[in-house]
Design a protein around this ligand. Structure first.
Ligand code: C2E
Ligand code: C2E
Length: 162
């Protein structure tokens, strides 16, 4: 696990995800993979220091955890990056919007009010790929597109063909 937030780390995410994909294959269900990059987090670290940055990460991790089903997976896969694997998530757009509104809620550290946000990339099994690593890389690409185009989230399948 990740020591700061207590969330699974990247390796645990991969292990759980492979099992969830195997189950989904068997039950012919969809799995949704999300890549989240926090927005406005770096300035928090730069302005208030690492202690406050760590506090913010912990609060965000708790919120993410409480917003998804126990049967879903949310993991910290980088400094301010998170990965999600959601079983049979039919309405993933509204799900992502629910997550964004949680992330954007005010965070207070003593007298300081902090606001952050996030960019999401979205992929689904089996439509966008069949192995987890591939799905996560594609979700990362979609996240990057969202980030560079000022969008809160973007689906891999809608990326412009180059
Ligand atoms: P859980 O399945 O682990 O879900 C945890 C929390 O994630 C929920 O807390 C809710 O905030 C959010 N969540 C999960 N699925 C959905 C969803 O489809 N739509 C929305 N808007 N939010 C969702 P909550 O609501 O306090 O529920 C606590 C627990 O009660 C759930 O844990 C689940 O075990 C059970 N539960 C509540 N409502 C339902 C339901 O409609 N169907 C089923 N099967 N279980 C439910
Ligand atoms: P909804 O909130 O509009 O969610 C629609 C569908 O999106 C869900 O259909 C499910 O396929 C997917 N979804 C939403 N949130 C989650 C999530 O946290 N994890 C995963 N894996 N999938 C999610 P479903 O399951 O048929 O639920 C239909 C409706 O029942 C939901 O509509 C919501 O209104 C209610 N519901 C189900 N479980 C919960 C819950 O735990 N808490 C609350 N508050 N509402 C729930």
């Amino acid at each position: 696990h990740d020591e700061l937030t207590g969330l699974p780390n990247r390796r645990l995410l991969e292990e759980h995800a492979e099992k969830m994909l195997a189950l989904a294959r068997r039950e012919r269900k969809q799995v949704c993979v999300l890549y989240l990059d926090l927005k406005k987090f770096k300035p928090v670290n730069d302005t208030y220091g690492h202690k406050v940055g760590d506090y913010v990460l912990k609060i965000v991790a708790k919120r993410l955890e409480n917003t998804v089903r126990k049967s879903d997976i949310v993991a910290r896969i980088g400094g301010d990056e998170f990965g999600f694997v959601l079983y049979d998530c039919k309405e993933y757009m509204s799900f992502v919007e629910r997550l964004i509104s949680e992330i954007e809620k005010d965070i207070y550290y003593e007298y300081v009010k902090i606001n952050i946000s996030g960019n999401f990339g979205i992929t689904t099994f089996p439509e966008d790929g069949s192995d987890f690593e591939d799905l996560l890389i594609k979700a990362d690409k979609a996240m990057y597109y969202a980030k560079t185009n000022g969008l809160k989230y973007f689906c891999y399948r809608n990326l412009p063909k180059t």
